[in-house]
Design a protein around this ligand. Structure first.
Ligand SMILES: [Zn+2]
Ligand SMILES: [Zn+2]
Length: 341
């Protein structure tokens, strides 16, 4: 089978690898689509730890084409895969915080993942997609599951105001999710015009270009969309500057949610007095602990507009070039279809 294997930092190559076989408790999936995410670029550049060599790709869906005897009932099933495998027995797992498991491994990071024609997956990670649901959209369930975790933590409730900084796939999913949760003022901040238009289509009540306005005062002024500050500010860029903006935009008693992946080692300036006097909650949201099933349910329900989020479709051959460069301005989600020639 063909696979995109990372052999060293910056060294991604298409390779013919032996077809995986399904060990006990495992299935083999024929990958219909695998999403590319910022984490893949971080791994490619050596900014995020991974095994080497490893087949990348942690956002994928496909059809089960082989199964061990114990997993036989899954043969032929279309499925979205939760790539994060926790140990189930450490102190964190045993209290339900599976994303904090120190023994966690991930498909596409520590184990071979979905940027391949075939991939072996533990049965515990398989989430069946309903009949009639486009399998390739199943690849969006992983980022969606991470967003659900974030919203669970942020406790967005009807009537709230929410600012979302960053207009990539995460920002666009967040707009749709906070709208579903009943937020009435939804501000999306991003430099790209196309992403602002997309967010407006999905229910953003205001969008802003941070290069043309002072974001904090424009949002929080008495004439702005959230006078005095937003109930919840969600950082979806992964940059110090946008994190600091989120802290400044949150109202008294508000919540800042740190979702974007800022490079390890970077530090922000933050006033302990401001946290104290405004009673700010600053929360981190990491991965998709026990939210993958809900992501599949929500995707299958048709209550989200997922198809317009796919901005590019490419084959495996285009990957090395794609990962070596930053995302194009028009990029929202790139889906790789490993079966395509
Ligand atoms: Zn990802
Ligand atoms: Zn554990």
């Amino acid at each position: 089978m063909r696979a995109a294997q990372l052999r060293g930092i910056g060294q991604l190559a298409l390779r013919d690898l032996p077809d995986p076989v399904a060990r006990p408790g495992h299935v083999v999936l024929r990958v219909a689509a695998c999403g590319i995410c910022g984490t893949d670029r971080h791994i490619f550049h050596g900014d995020y730890p991974s095994a080497l060599p490893v087949v990348l790709g942690h956002e994928f869906a496909g059809v089960v084409v082989a199964a061990s005897e114990a997993s036989h009932s899954l043969l032929g099933v279309s499925a979205a895969i939760d790539p994060n495998i926790s140990c189930g027995s450490c102190v964190f797992c045993r209290r339900g915080d599976v994303c904090l498991c120190p023994n966690r491994v991930a498909l596409g990071v520590d184990l071979d993942g979905g940027l391949a024609e075939l991939v072996e997956v533990p049965e515990s990670q398989v989430y069946s997609l309903p009949a009639g649901f486009p399998v390739e959209l199943g690849a969006l369930c992983e980022p969606l599951a991470c967003c659900l975790r974030a919203l669970d933590l942020a406790k967005v409730a009807p009537g709230m105001s929410v600012a979302i900084v960053g207009g990539g796939i995460i920002g666009q999913l967040m707009v749709q999710l906070v709208r579903l949760a009943g937020a009435t003022s939804i501000v999306l901040i991003t430099r790209q015009y196309g992403r602002r238009k997309l967010a407006e289509q999905f229910g953003a009540t205001a969008t802003m270009d941070p290069r043309s306005v002072d974001v904090v005062s424009t949002v929080t002024d008495s004439t702005g969309p959230a006078p005095g500050g937003v109930d919840v500010a969600i950082e979806c860029v992964g940059a110090v500057e946008t994190f600091e903006q989120c802290v400044a935009m949150a109202r008294r008693g508000g919540t800042v949610l740190v979702f974007g992946v800022t490079p390890q080692g970077e530090t922000a300036r933050i006033s302990p007095f401001e946290i104290f006097a405004k009673e700010l909650s600053i929360l981190g949201s990491y991965l998709n602990p026990l939210t993958h099933g809900r992501a599949v349910e929500l995707a299958a329900s048709g209550r989200l507009d997922l198809a317009p989020l796919i901005s590019h479709r490419v084959g495996l051959a285009e990957l090395p070039d794609m990962l070596a460069h930053g995302p194009e301005p028009s990029e929202v989600k790139v889906l790789v279809t490993p079966g395509a020639v």
